[in-house]
Design a protein around this ligand. Structure first.
Ligand code: CU
Length: 173
């Protein structure tokens, strides 16, 4: 808290120093106390942090985990990072989260033929909870979504041939 005051004092002094040689303006003295108020009572804001998920895909056609966990009813932020080097035309990765009860193999087959929509089958939209875009080496994408119902949701990469290796579950508790 003292640090904040010091910073705002320094800014104020700098402001006065700049303006003192020119025209005087009213210094923003009231703002500094308002900034301090927000820092004290917010130690409990970590619940959302557990819904921040990061998963990697590599040039060996693998995700670095086959299990993700999140809390129901709260926004989930998921980042997919392609940590490889191969471009997306040859080693593209995405992450598609499916509704419970979706036939994965059937979905993957339809997705494989949906090249023009980056392997997201438009006919199966109702089976998709959320999906990232298709990434090449060095790229990443972050998506945000909320799942209200607790359960186990399958996820997969729909790039042709990747489904067998690149899949897992998102457990929502
Ligand atoms: Cu893939």
């Amino acid at each position: 808290m003292n640090k904040k005051i010091n910073i705002s004092m320094l800014m104020l002094m700098g402001f006065l120093a700049i303006t003192s040689c020119g025209k005087k303006e009213t210094a923003p003295t009231e703002e500094s106390t308002e900034i301090n108020d927000t820092t004290d009572s917010e130690g409990e804001k970590s619940a959302e942090a557990s819904n921040t998920l990061v998963i990697e895909g590599n040039d060996q056609m693998q995700f670095n985990t086959n299990e993700l966990r999140a809390t129901a009813g709260q926004p989930i932020t998921l980042t997919l990072k392609h940590v490889g080097k191969i471009p997306k035309e040859a080693m593209g990765h995405n992450l598609v989260i499916l509704q419970e009860g979706t036939d994965e193999a059937d979905f993957a087959t339809k997705a494989m033929n949906a090249k023009e929509t980056d392997y997201i089958p438009t006919s199966e939209k109702t089976s998709i909870i959320a999906h990232t875009k298709l990434l090449g080496g060095g790229e990443e994408d972050t998506i945000e979504f909320t799942i209200d119902k607790k359960g186990t949701y399958n996820f997969l990469c729909t790039f042709p041939g990747h489904f067998a290796m690149m899949k897992g579950v998102l457990i929502v508790e």
